[in-house]
Design a protein around this ligand. Structure first.
Ligand SMILES: C[S@@+](CC[C@H](N)C(=O)[O-])C[C@H]1O[C@@H](n2cnc3c(N)ncnc32)[C@H](O)[C@@H]1O
Length: 356
């Protein structure tokens, strides 16, 4: 089944109408920006309106958004183009100063750099992705915004390096998906994707979320998000995790001012764990955004299961996970930290923070 038909089944008239309306462009003002950035943009003819869920997010009400993308303010990392709904998963994860955070599917870095801002770069964010070309964008966004609490790794998120097990206070899995929720911006997604794709990717999503459960410290929080609205890629993935792990609990989504509908637990032929109603379906019609799904999970105690460790090399830009072991200590003793190491921090210090 193609998405157009699925869409018809899934959604009411209001939803379809909203999906066909263009989105208002949104930006995030980074913490790096000078105090007078809003005045500067206003005097250049822009009118901005604050997005209530994240106080550094703004709708561009008047002014050319494309031009802003070519501005000096953008090049200096004062601005980041990010859709309003995409700012929500980090708000749900609630990163705090001092946290060790794993962003498992991080490229091109919208949520990584948002979280670096939220913790004011006091803490550590391991931003991982498997795709080399997307990692380049992640690297450039991390540099542009001076997100110096971020280090970038490349490993397949389905295979967590042993040294990263139970290490993180917070884990974000912003999973690859069929992107149905972005069809206001990219209507072509409705034509391009189909149910076979959804079913195939839901297996990957489950495996990524499973990794996140192993990566979290006991008591740690894991946020699972997608920019799609199919039950197969959202509630059914969480349901599979809840069936497998008895140490995982579902938290309610508590974001002031955010309108959402509860996760679906009952549908013809489908009966999912009731706790999934605590997750959030962010329909475009509710907040005039893209469509998103967000689930917040707490890992109550550690899950000890054997995991496969994959290993490969290192490049000048990307710290590969195979080095997160004793060899890392030897390496940092010899070399300076690669480009993405926190500026001003000794490599040993980073290693200590990972290992402690
Ligand atoms: C929705 S995008 C992430 C967007 C990103 N969080 C942001 O806010 O900018 C999903 C990402 O998952 C990555 N990905 C796909 N399969 C993966 C895997 N097996 N391990 C790690 N990352 C993977 C893709 O390369 C893609 O960059």
């Amino acid at each position: 089944m193609g998405f157009k038909e699925y869409f018809k089944q899934l959604a009411d008239e209001k939803f379809r109408e909203r999906m066909s309306k263009p989105l208002r462009p949104t930006i995030r003002i980074t913490r790096k920006a000078p105090g007078n950035i809003l005045e500067r943009l206003e005097s250049a003819g822009y009118e901005l309106q604050r997005i209530p869920r994240y106080d550094r997010g703004f709708w561009i009400i008047r002014g050319d958004a494309d031009e802003l993308g070519n501005s000096i303010e953008y090049a200096l990392g004062y601005l980041y183009f990010q859709e309003a709904a995409s700012m929500i998963p980090p708000v749900v994860l609630k990163p705090q100063k001092g946290d060790k955070i794993l962003d498992l599917c991080a490229a091109p870095g919208s949520k990584t750099t948002q979280m670096a801002d939220m913790i004011e770069n006091e803490g550590l964010i391991v931003a991982n992705d498997v795709n080399r070309s997307r990692l380049r964008m992640l690297g450039s966004n991390v540099q542009r915004t001076s997100s110096y609490s971020v280090i970038v790794t490349r490993f397949d998120g389905r295979r967590l390096p042993k040294s990263l097990r139970r290490k993180f206070d917070k884990v974000l899995v912003d999973a690859p998906c069929s992107a149905l929720g972005t069809s206001r911006r990219f209507p072509v997604n409705l034509e391009k994707r189909n149910m076979e794709f959804t079913l195939r990717i839901s297996k990957l999503q489950y495996e990524l979320l499973r990794t996140a459960i192993f990566a979290a410290k006991p008591g740690g929080r894991v946020v699972y998000s997608t920019c799609t609205l199919t039950v197969e890629e959202n509630e059914m993935v969480v349901d599979r995790i809840l069936k497998e792990f008895d140490n995982v609990e579902v938290e309610s989504i508590d974001v002031p001012g955010l309108k959402y509908e509860p996760g679906i637990t009952r549908r013809k032929g489908l009966e999912l764990d009731e706790r999934i109603s605590r997750t959030a379906r962010i329909y475009p019609r509710l907040n005039d955004t893209e469509g998103f799904y967000v689930a917040s999970l707490i890992v109550k105690r550690s899950a000890l299961r054997p995991l496969i460790i994959d290993a490969s090399g290192i490049t000048s830009l990307i710290i590969n996970h195979s080095l997160w072991d004793a060899r890392l200590k030897a390496l940092v003793a010899r070399t300076s930290w690669p480009i993405f190491g926190p500026r001003g921090l000794r490599p040993q210090y980073i290693a200590e923070r990972i290992y402690s």
